[in-house]
Design a protein around this ligand. Sequence first.
Ligand code: SF4
Length: 81
Amino acid sequence: MHIDMNPAPHLAWQEEALCAQTGADFFFPEPGSSVREAKRICGLCPIRAACLAYALDHDERFGVWGGLSEKERLELRRTCN
Ligand code: SF4
């Protein structure tokens, strides 16, 4: 995910994002590249649930959010609808 350095109050949870410390490259890999490292970092992130909820609410199409890849979020959406 990309982090706004001056998030609006409703995005204050992003200040705890581990990916803000590691950089966005892991989270927006080139097509066909591994997302394993991004998922590992998400697994340690204290705001994983909020991040995933945000991505689903805002229909984020690209990158790893809340530990799920684009394809996994799409599958989750399909099973929940
Ligand atoms: S769950 Fe992953 S993508 Fe979301 S804020 Fe944490 S490290 Fe970043």
